[in-house]
Design a protein around this ligand. Structure first.
Ligand SMILES: [Cu+2]
Length: 166
């Protein structure tokens, strides 16, 4: 009897642990510009500030092939929009998936004439998030409610046993 109480009582905690460890190792795919994609209509500085990017995440550039491209560049080239130097990688397929493998500042521009100066550029700080997530302490409001729920289900169980067995 006592064993069963313990088992039912710790179920929410076990689920919580499973859920949070899954969460910590999942990498995200971010479509640049969200539903608008990669084109001249979007404010990419605002877009890039909406998310926290971590190592292992993927940026997906979606655009009409030939009309745009995505160059990974140095910060100096990002600022000048002059891609005669400082190009680290070129993507031109129209559906480019760029995996963020390092914890560093990544800069991207479109190298079609005028597009970078017109706003097709952004920089992001990629954090070594996936490994550090697991080291962060569980927020106290969450664990508080877990214990409350555990106590609640334990109480319900004891109440049910009392009704059934007395
Ligand atoms: Cu472009």
């Amino acid at each position: 009897m006592e064993e069963r109480i313990v088992r039912y009582g710790s179920l929410p905690i076990i689920l919580m642990i499973c859920f949070s460890s899954l969460n910590g190792t999942t990498s995200e795919v971010y479509t640049v510009g969200d539903e608008n994609g990669w084109n001249s209509e979007v404010d990419y500085v605002s877009w890039s500030q909406k998310y926290n990017f971590s190592v292992g995440d993927v940026l997906e550039f979606k655009y009409n092939k030939g009309q745009h491209n995505a160059f990974e560049v140095t910060e100096a080239t990002y600022r000048s929009c002059d891609a005669s130097s400082g190009v680290l990688a070129k993507y031109e397929t129209g559906d480019d998936q760029v995996k963020l493998t390092e914890s560093k500042k990544y800069c991207f521009i479109c190298n079609v004439t005028g597009h970078c100066l017109g706003g097709m550029r952004f920089e992001i700080d990629v954090k070594a998030g996936n490994t550090s997530n697991n080291l962060e302490p569980t927020p106290s409001p969450n664990s508080g409610s877990t214990y409350a729920f555990e106590r609640w289900s334990l109480g319900l169980y004891l109440f049910a046993s009392a009704v059934l067995f007395n």
